[in-house]
Design a protein around this ligand. Sequence first.
Ligand code: NAD
Length: 477
Amino acid sequence: MAAASPNEQAIRQVVQEVLAQLGKQMKVESKKPFRDGDWGVFKTVDGAVAAATDAFEKLSESPVAHRVKAIECVKQICEQQAEELGRAELEETKIGRLDHKIQKLKIIKLVPGVEFLRTDAYSGDHGLTVIEYAPFGVIGAITPVTHSLPTLAGNVVNMVAGGNTLVVNPHPSGARIACEGVRRFNQAIYKATGLENLITIVETPTLETAADIFAHRGVKLICVTGGPAVARAAMESRKKAVVAGPGNPPVVVDETACLENAARSIVTGAAFDNNLLCIGEKEVFAVESIFDELLETMSRHNAYQLDARQIAALTDVAFTPPKDAKDHYHVNKDFVGKDASVLAEAIGVRVPAGTELLYGETDESNPFVPEEQMMPFVPFVRAKNVNHAIDLAVEYEHGFRHTSLIHSRNVRTMTKMGRVMDTTLFVKNGPCAAGLGLGGEGYLSFSVATPTGEGVTNPLTFTRVRRCVMVDDLRVI
Ligand code: NAD
């Protein structure tokens, strides 16, 4: 073999140096900080809880500034990787709309963090008492398929701000994206703070793993976001539970309403992510005198009106009828969260491009009214007057005390409806999202605690109130 020229030798040396450098870097990058679990993704509940417990101890010894950094990591990833993560969530769950999946991640920045915490104090002749908001420890979070990663990310922001760590049982149909989010969040948090496993997740979640979390001694609080079955299970568990349960939000429109605004708002709210939001407008009760005009106005806002025959056909494909007198209609999951055009095609109707919502007149017995259907079809029911409309709204909200809406300029009517509905969110003259601070005042969270009463969750929801008392001293005035 011929001897290498000085030029070749120089090139070889550079290549060797680069390879050596790369080798060093690869060693650093592949040095996983965890023996068990891949950046927080665990096979077992026990493994996840043990890691989250260890993380809680470390977080407790860390400055609050580390919580701030961890939250910044989550918010930044949600903002900067929204497109990729939103697309992955849609591909996995196959429900909702890409533009709104992306938007739901981008707005995680609006979820309140450490700045929401406060210290209260009493000072008097007997000294000084400080009220502080202390963490619970490891929180078990159960998340829905309708907004898998956004709910998880919102929970992380609130819970870590309160000084807690999490073990998450995601919905099985949204578990892949939830695990990917957890990996990315933990990697960034580790890099920023050196803290590991602030968020842990069960890789293959089942009802059994959810039950294990409910029963685990290491889990100090549970927070479930989901439908009736999981809400019931959490309320029956022996742990304190924050329950963000199901809804079936009714909208009342009276004769004083601005119909243009009402129609625009109903389309905006109900079409959002193809009506997957628990706060989304699910049925409308409008008074007789403006009913036809309201239907007409809807058609100017990217909504398409179905006639009675078409609604009957859609109802047939969208629901399975009750088996017996005790049963109720069941939604056909194939149509949940699908585009309006897909629903329309299923009954042989072609809708104009850009149609976001289907709607039409039904009576109150149509299953689209009582069932939480999560499809972009909104039934409109004719009411004799506003009192009748409010009575119907109360009946079909089913006492979930979740969300209700009214379009009216009559303050007395609004007050009456607010009182009788007794819902956690009561939105007047806007789309449902206004209730979460999106176009209305207030802050954002994707977990709205309804039966347990905490409302739109925030960092204080996930803290214990601790009173620290000094008798007869430290009062300096
Ligand atoms: P879902 O009830 O089917 O599932 C929610 C979560 O609970 C999933 O992780 C699921 O695996 C788990 N789960 C279901 N039954 C369980 C049981 N018996 N024991 C333990 N875990 C159980 O709901 P979904 O389809 O994922 O989401 C839509 C529902 O969630 C709707 O009813 C909607 O109103 C509600 N929701 C409420 C809020 C809120 O803030 N109040 C937010 C989003 C969704």
